[in-house]
Design a protein around this ligand. Structure first.
Ligand code: ATP
Ligand code: LTN
Length: 330
């Protein structure tokens, strides 16, 4: 069976629709027929200032949401990054392989560091992609299901794996990004040319899984639309309507052409009401299930501890090979 690995940061109380449609929906589908490892990357979340109580709460909330969205501990290994110390150990080796210029070209670093200025950004924000490479390579993953914004980090991971293999002997599987064209990027519904984001979007533009059905209904009904009146897909001229069409299709399974037909001659208002209905009904049972899971913290911790124990066995074997090939005395 091919290996799959992906990660998500516990940086907010709720995942948003972009996280689900861009990434987690594929995680759920890939559980069948693959050996899947899914990691809550709490160490990556520390690259920005965090409050200890919030980090704990959000790590558990992330686990509850992943389970509610369909990740099954019987089918895949769900674990917490900090519970597998080999991530830091291989992360250092990856830093030793990466050029300063190469790391400086990472667009996520450039975007995030430009917000507070490079001087006040943490060093770990700069080395973040090398820890991510370690996350992936420890498990010898073939596929990495992520949204479009992560493509460059997966390319770097492939480069580092290839570099290590050619210098020190075959050690790592070269991973491939697994990115679906249809929902690879969901945009902010108030600012539809920017990606929907946990940390940088204003709340009104971000559809959160843990938001109440009422709140999401209101948000979608006040989504920004475009000039004109026709519901048609045109990412350049009509970014607002196109984003809503993408969301509707991804959740309802209908095609853009079907929706364009159905709403021909009707206004944006009717269309937004339909999108709101689809989103709210899709998310309602997921939120309820996540809230139920959060009531039993011990059960959640048991699942994570079991996952982390299984992850450690795989990670230990890869790290031992890496050290041996590097000439480290064992
Ligand atoms: P932050 O804003 O804090 O960087 P984020 O919202 O981008 O967070 P991550 O934890 O970095 O979320 O990403 C988890 C997964 O969700 C990644 O695979 C990422 O590619 C995907 N993702 C995030 N935002 C979107 C989006 N707007 N559309 C599609 N996929 C997305
Ligand atoms: N950098 C990713 C989160 C992440 C990840 C990973 C994704 C950390 N480690 C390993 C895939 C595989 C992000 O910001 N979305």
């Amino acid at each position: 069976m091919k290996r799959v690995l992906s990660g998500i940061q516990p940086t907010s109380d709720s995942f948003h629709l972009g996280n689900y449609l861009g990434a987690v929906k594929q995680w759920v589908e890939l559980q069948d027929g693959h050996d899947a490892f899914y990691c809550i990357v709490d160490l990556h979340a520390l690259t920005v200032e965090t409050d200890p109580a919030l980090l704990r709460k959000r790590t558990l909330a992330s686990a509850a949401q992943l389970l509610a969205l369909g990740i099954s501990p019987d089918k895949s290994t769900l674990f917490v990054q900090s519970q597998v110390p080999q991530h830091n150990q291989l992360g250092w080796i990856m830093e030793c392989l990466t050029g300063f210029g190469e790391a400086s070209r990472m667009t996520q670093f450039k975007d995030k560091s430009s917000k507070s200025g490079a001087d006040s950004s943490r060093v770990a924000l700069f080395t973040y992609p090398m820890l991510q490479a370690a996350d992936i390579l420890l498990y010898q993953a073939h596929y990495v299901p992520v949204g479009e914004d992560q493509r460059q980090h997966i390319e770097l991971t492939r480069d580092l794996a290839g570099r290590f293999n050619s210098r020190y002997g075959q050690t790592f599987q070269l991973p491939e990004a697994y990115i679906l064209k249809t929902a690879a990027k969901i945009n902010d519904i108030q600012e539809p040319t920017a990606k929907m984001s946990k940390s940088s979007g204003a709340v009104a533009g971000v559809i959160e899984i843990m938001d109440s059905p009422d709140a999401n209904l209101k948000k979608i009904k006040s989504a920004v639309t475009d000039a004109g009146r026709e519901v048609t897909f045109d990412a350049v001229e009509k970014p607002g309507i196109s984003n809503l069409l993408t969301i509707h299709c991804a959740l309802s399974g209908r095609t853009i052409a079907e929706l364009e037909n159905e709403f021909a001659g009707k206004g944006y208002g009717d269309f937004k009401a339909a999108v709101a209905e689809v989103v709210v009904e899709y998310l309602r049972p997921i939120r309820t299930r996540a809230l139920e899971l959060l009531e039993d913290e011990k059960h959640l911790l048991d699942i994570l501890h079991q996952g982390s124990a299984k992850a450690r066995t795989v990670a230990e074997a890869t790290l031992a090979d890496t050290y041996k090939n590097l000439g480290v005395v064992l």
